[in-house]
Design a protein around this ligand. Sequence first.
Ligand code: IPE
Ligand code: IPE
Ligand code: MG
Length: 243
Amino acid sequence: MIILAFFKKKKEAPINRIIPEHIAIIMDGNGRWAKNRSLPRTAGHAAGSKKFKEIARYCNKIGVKHLTVYAFSTENWRRPKEEVDAIMNIFRDYLRDSANFKSENIKLEFIGDRSGMPDDIVQLMAQAEYDSKDATGLKCYMAINYGGRDELVHAVRDIVKEGICAENITEDTISSHIYTKHYPDPELIIRPSGEYRLSNFLIWQSAYSEFWFSNILWPDFSTEDLEQAIDDYNKRNRRFGGV
Ligand code: IPE
Ligand code: IPE
Ligand code: MG
């Protein structure tokens, strides 16, 4: 018996479980994670950035096709300048280092309003997108200076500029003018940190998403938590208004 228990295999995922094509994550709780350790909030953001890389790699490994992560919202500029500056520096470090993603066959793209970002970061973003453009694995979209309402405002402006007649505007018109026009809506949205809200994330795209909330703070989020979220997703009954 003891020998059997020793060799007991790790719990395996059910063979026919569905891996969502598109998972979106609100990477929240960095500040509280740092506070719990008597560290500055910036240490929490650094830990959160490390966690993002780990989870993106894991998503690539298990065959998730699209991953969208909320890294900085249009409202996060309201934070103290020192914190915003520190977050921008973490982006700089991360983007300079993003060649690693390319070597792992992960394609990196950014959604959000780049015009509000520092010029050097905009350049680094474009470079990271260019460097990884041929990757065929996970497509990873980082939402930086992103707001769902802001996204819709930009979409409406573009639709008006294109002169599309009011009666020709459909849901597809909106979907094809938002940042996420080239990929499917997320089936699963994960929000750790104990908050039960979207905070302006993917408000159009989440109309029929399944939500998974947890009290875990983002830097503590593990691949087991992701597996749990996917298992729970598999138990959901998605009806899309039908029966
Ligand atoms: C998320 O963590 C990161 C950003 C919003 C940039 P927070 O910094 O919001 O962490 P909490 O919510 O204060 O713990
Ligand atoms: C959402 O977290 C934004 C990101 C994780 C980037 P916030 O911490 O900004 O959200 P609120 O303020 O608690 O709603
Ligand atoms: Mg927060």
